[in-house]
Structure formats: C-alpha cells, structure tokens
Design a protein. Structure first.
Length: 281
C-alpha cells in the first residue's frame, strides 16, 4: 500500500497523510449550508476542490497542489481560512498545520468570555478540596489565583481570589524569608516561566502587565531577567519552605503542576510534603 495512505512499505502505520485528511474533511461538509455555493446537480456530497479554493481565496490549482501533498510555503492566514472552510476542530486544525508546515499553529488570543467558559468553577473547587490535607490552588495564565483549598490558606494566609502568585513570590519581602533559597530555587525558575508564557502568548495583555509590573518594582527581578532563562513548568520540582504555619520549621515539598486538557490558560498546583530525603510523601 502507498505510504501516503497511512501505511509504510512494510505495513507499519505512519499516520494519516495530508491528502487523505483533506479529502475526508471536504467530504463531510454540507455545501447546502454555505451561502453562495451552487448545490444543484452535484454528483457527490461534500465540497469539491473548486469549492474549497473559492472559500479560501486561492486558485483551484493552488489548492490541488496542497491536496496532492506537495510542499509549499503555506501561510498561517491561508491555513486558518482552510480550517474555517472545512469546519475543523481545534485538534484537526493542529493536525493540518503539522502535516502542511511541520509545526503547530500559534496560540491565538482568547477572549475573556471564552476564558471564563473554559473553567468549571464548581468542579475545580471540588478537585482542590479533594487534595486535602495537601495545599492546592489554581491560577489563570497570568498567575492570578482563581481557587484554593483550606490547607493552602493555612500555609499562605495572603492568598485570596485574584491575588497574584508571582507578585507575592517576587515582590513581597516575606517571600524571601519563607521560600528557602529564594533566588536560585524560586525567583529564577518562576521568572523563567513568565518568559516562557510570554513567548507563547505574546498578545496576552495580562501577562504583559505582569512582566512590566514585576520588572519595574524589583531591581533584583530585573537583574535576573537579564539572564534570559526560560522554564516551562515546576512539575516535580523539590523545594523547601519555612512558614509561620510550621512555627519556622523547614519543610520539604514536591510540586505537582497540572493543566486541564481543555485549556492551557489554567494551571493547578498541589504541594506534597515529603521526608527530608525528598523521596516520598
């Protein structure tokens, strides 16, 4: 079988080909629902190559080359128009980008209404409460706290809805006392996370304000920012705390950092207290 149909020469699956995907996606779109397309006299259901070319503003020849699997410099604007014409889901749009240009689409700007819709607050709070006795909290993309459980409040009394995790860690004097090895283990990795998210969400205004506020208010943060370090997350990291809740006793924790499958703009963090060796709960 031809490897472009999803099988290698020795029968090993290599994934669905771009031509096969495009043909399948075209065939499921009902042209009768699209204003301006002539549906009378059609021999088959679905869109034709000519239909897709018209809907995306390219020549039929140009689109045919894409459906044949021929490589070209397909622009994000064209691929987004194609995703819209074929009524692709977010996962299908990602597959289109990966097959056509070898990389996923850029992360788009999400409206505030869409962000709210992504969070089931009741379910999130039940999850956080279920982590007790371990402290747990959730933040939005810019590290504003949107939920927490009772143990988290015991450990960090400053927490409140819309309190900002990054601003507390990087700007509050008490954080330097309570977070052991503050610069190396906390400040630099978290600044690296801000830089990472800013690179992936360059148009997000809340992230832009967070970066500006922290660098304006903290010369130490500004100096560390100049190292241009980047970190994706803190999952699995071993850290130490010295909190009033523990009467100043040093406590070792491991960080569990999660993101729901429905959104990359929500993060959940659980703090697991571990023994002095950091090998278990």
């Amino acid at each position: 079988m031809d490897s472009r149909d999803g099988q290698g020469e020795v029968g090993e699956p290599v994934g669905e080909s771009l031509p096969g995907l495009l043909r399948a996606w075209r065939s499921r779109v009902n042209p009768r629902r699209i204003p301006g397309l002539v549906s009378a006299g059609r021999r088959t259901d679905g869109l034709t190559q000519r239909d897709v070319a018209r809907l995306t503003g390219v020549s039929e020849r140009w689109y045919r080359e894409l459906e044949r699997g021929n490589e070209a410099r397909y622009s994000p604007d064209f691929l987004d128009r194609l995703s819209s014409a074929l009524e692709l889901s977010p996962a299908e749009r990602r597959a289109l980008y990966l097959r056509a240009v070898g990389r996923p689409p850029a992360l788009g700007v999400v409206s505030e209404a869409d962000r709210v819709a992504e969070v089931d607050e009741v379910l999130l709070q039940r999850f956080l409460d279920g982590q007790a006795p371990n402290p747990a909290f959730a933040t939005d993309l810019a590290w504003n706290v949107i939920g927490y459980n009772g143990p988290l409040m015991d450990w960090f009394p400053w927490v409140a809805p819309q309190a900002n995790q990054m601003k507390w860690v990087l700007l509050e004097p008490e954080a330097r006392e309570q977070l052991v090895n503050w610069e190396q283990d906390w400040a630099r990795p978290l600044l690296g996370q801000i830089r990472y998210e800013r690179a992936h969400h360059p148009e997000d205004e809340a992230l832009r304000r967070l970066e500006r506020d922290i660098l304006t208010e903290s010369p130490a943060a500004q100096e560390m920012w100049g190292r241009r370090e980047m970190a994706e997350h803190s999952h699995g990291d071993f850290r130490r705390l010295r909190l009033p809740y523990h009467q100043g006793r040093e406590v070792a924790i491991r960080i569990v950092a999660l993101r729901p499958m429905r959104s990359d703009r929500l993060r959940v963090v659980v703090l697991l207290e571990v023994d002095e060796g950091g090998t278990g709960p």
